[in-house]
Design a protein around this ligand. Structure first.
Ligand code: SF4
Length: 306
């Protein structure tokens, strides 16, 4: 078969994992696989036997060109929100990804777990992957000695197998980035000690719900005491514009700074906010590290500064 691939979101920031797996599976069957090029591959060239289109983000515009193929298969949350459509066959889902598709040599990408019990209103993970964090792979399924590991797990430490999985990451000696963050609310002394043994530049947490403060503050304190990691190594996403006031946003930001964490403001549905919306000012103040360090209070921040 001649197989074409389209990464509808574009190739720039993050490789498309399902496409890398589809590529690996087809190549293993002896098929020819390459990126679909709307200019060179159009009629009168012979059509591809099959073209896969993958789209992760709902806000990405669809591929605007004619597709010269006998069969076109579309997949991803960008096409079927929120469930992502038909999952890959297990044989494809669990194959070692074809990193060469993106020219990636030093980083492995994948999921050790799927699902999350939290079911936050602003997040699709529970609807898409289920309300339980469960192990779906061992590290060797997508890692083969690369220097870096990019983990996309939604809630790794909620999985009953967290210890075995973190042990695998420690044993790899690779630099690990848990890019979806770690759920600080279920942190324990044992988990913090294991996480401390990981090779990481930094770890990310989130404090999305203001009302979690009674649980979350002692957990943040405990994690600091155990790891002794400074703010540069521990950042915390602070969700704004969802169901909190600016006062509650500020309280979380100041608390985190006092606890020696690095707050990072996220704006829910940012595209619907105006440039002069207070949360936009808040985001510019906090996320600009230099300004946030120099100007200690939000009321002293002049938005014209940047
Ligand atoms: S804890 Fe994170 S992954 Fe889980 S539902 Fe909430 S936002 Fe989504």
């Amino acid at each position: 078969m001649n197989v074409g691939l389209i990464d509808v979101d574009g190739h720039s920031n993050f490789p498309n994992l399902p496409l890398m797996k589809l590529s690996a599976w087809h190549k293993k069957r002896g098929d020819t696989v390459r990126w679909y090029n709307p200019i060179c591959d159009s009629f009168p060239r012979p059509p591809f036997d099959r073209v896969y289109m993958s789209k992760v983000f709902t806000f990405t515009p669809d591929f605007p060109y004619y597709i010269n193929a006998k069969e076109v298969i579309k997949g991803g949350t960008g096409y079927s929100y929120p469930d992502g459509g038909k999952p890959l066959d297990p044989e494809i889902e669990h194959i070692y990804p074809d990193y060469s598709l993106y020219g990636i040599t030093d980083t492995a990408y994948g999921f050790l777990t799927r699902g999350c019990p939290r079911n936050c209103d602003f997040c699709i993970v529970g609807k898409k992957e289920g309300l339980k964090s469960r192990k779906v792979a061992d590290l060797s399924e997508f890692w083969n000695g690369q220097k870096n590991i990019m983990l996309c797990d939604p809630n790794l430490i909620a999985c009953p197998d967290w210890k075995d999985l973190i042990q695998q990451l420690i044993k790899s000696k690779a630099k690990v980035n848990i890019n979806q963050g770690i759920d600080i609310r279920i942190m324990t002394e044992e988990k913090a000690k294991m996480i401390k043994r990981l090779r990481v530049d930094s770890v990310h947490f989130a404090w999305d719900r203001y009302e979690d403060k009674e649980i979350i503050i002692p957990k943040f304190k405990q994690f600091k005491e155990i790891t002794e990691w400074g703010a540069r190594k521990t950042s915390v996403y602070v969700l704004t514009n969802f169901n909190t006031t600016i006062e509650q946003d500020l309280e979380r930001i100041y608390t985190l700074r006092d606890l020696d964490y690095d707050p990072y403001v996220m704006i829910y549905e940012k595209e619907k906010t105006r440039n002069d919306d207070p949360v936009r000012y808040l985001q510019r103040w906090v996320n600009n590290r230099k300004i946030f360090k120099t100007i200690r209070r939000f009321e002293d921040y002049d938005p014209k500064m940047g």
